[in-house]
Design a protein around this ligand. Structure first.
Ligand SMILES: [Zn+2]
Length: 126
């Protein structure tokens, strides 16, 4: 019997429920912890996360991150620029500004102070 992973939006617990193919879509899933019917499917998101991670891993290996000097902002800026291109996504103005500042020789600490919104972005990310 196929099983489906859910997160309960009411009590936030993860649940694995079993349905036959015939029942799936007809039967409303119910949280066994709090009896809520507000359950959200989990599968797609987990897969996306994994493929994204493996892309970054292989990129880091290819470019020998171990050679990178953490005290050299210019090298770090160049590395981030390459990584942004490799991911092929529009990472945003904040990212580009950080790269520019690194390439001018500013330290990550100084950039963080100059751009306090960076911290908010990373902590509020779901
Ligand atoms: Zn629940």
């Amino acid at each position: 019997m196929p099983n489906y992973d859910y997160q309960c939006l009411n009590c936030q617990k993860h649940t694995r429920l079993f349905f036959s193919y015939a029942d799936y879509g007809k039967v409303t899933p119910i949280c066994p912890h709090c009896q809520s019917d507000k359950l959200k499917r989990q599968i797609g998101r987990i897969r996306i996360g994994r493929s994204e991670e493996s892309r970054i891993d292989s990129f880091v290996e290819d470019n020998a991150l171990s050679n990178l000097d953490g005290d050299d902002p210019k090298a770090l800026g160049q590395f981030m620029k390459k990584m942004g291109r490799e991911l092929g996504e529009d990472i945003g103005d904040d990212f580009n500004e950080v790269v520019d500042r690194l390439e001018k020789g500013e330290t990550p600490e100084k950039i963080e102070k100059a751009m306090p919104e960076l911290r908010d972005n990373t902590s509020s990310e779901e």
